[in-house]
Write a protein that binds this ligand. Structure first.
Ligand code: HEC
Length: 87
């Protein structure tokens, strides 16, 4: 099963983003689906971060993650978009 290597991010992912981003039909770009993420990634990380925090169309503000700190979103987005650092 796909989850972030970092334990904190894995926990946050499991309890928030995953509900939509690993469920086909929700309209959310699916985890590690490069075809879905590529055009979004091209907007730049600043835009993606802003959309994650502020909300964007059917994407709820902060991804319904009350425990997520601002610094967590970058790691979660990179993971879901298949751009996480290998380390
Ligand atoms: C309730 C369902 C739901 C949850 C929970 C959720 N998302 Fe989303 N997310 C969506 C949907 C739907 C979209 C697609 C919005 C669109 O483009 O219409 C989306 C899109 C995105 C995008 C792309 C925005 C863009 O500019 O294209 C990012 C980044 C994102 N989500 C991050 C997250 C993160 C990080 C979490 C967990 C903290 C999360 N989401 C949790 C439903 C969800």
């Amino acid at each position: 099963m796909l989850k972030p290597a970092n334990a904190r991010l894995a926990g946050l992912y499991e309890t928030s983003c995953k509900a939509c981003h690993a469920t086909p039909g929700t309209g959310a770009p699916l985890v590690h689906d490069r075809v879905a993420w590529d055009p979004r990634w091209k907007q730049g990380e600043a835009v993606l971060l802003d959309h994650a925090v502020q909300g964007y169309k059917a994407m709820p503000a902060a991804g319904q993650c009350v425990a997520c700190a601002p610094s967590d979103f970058q790691g979660l987005i990179r993971f879901m978009a298949g751009r996480e650092d290998p380390a």
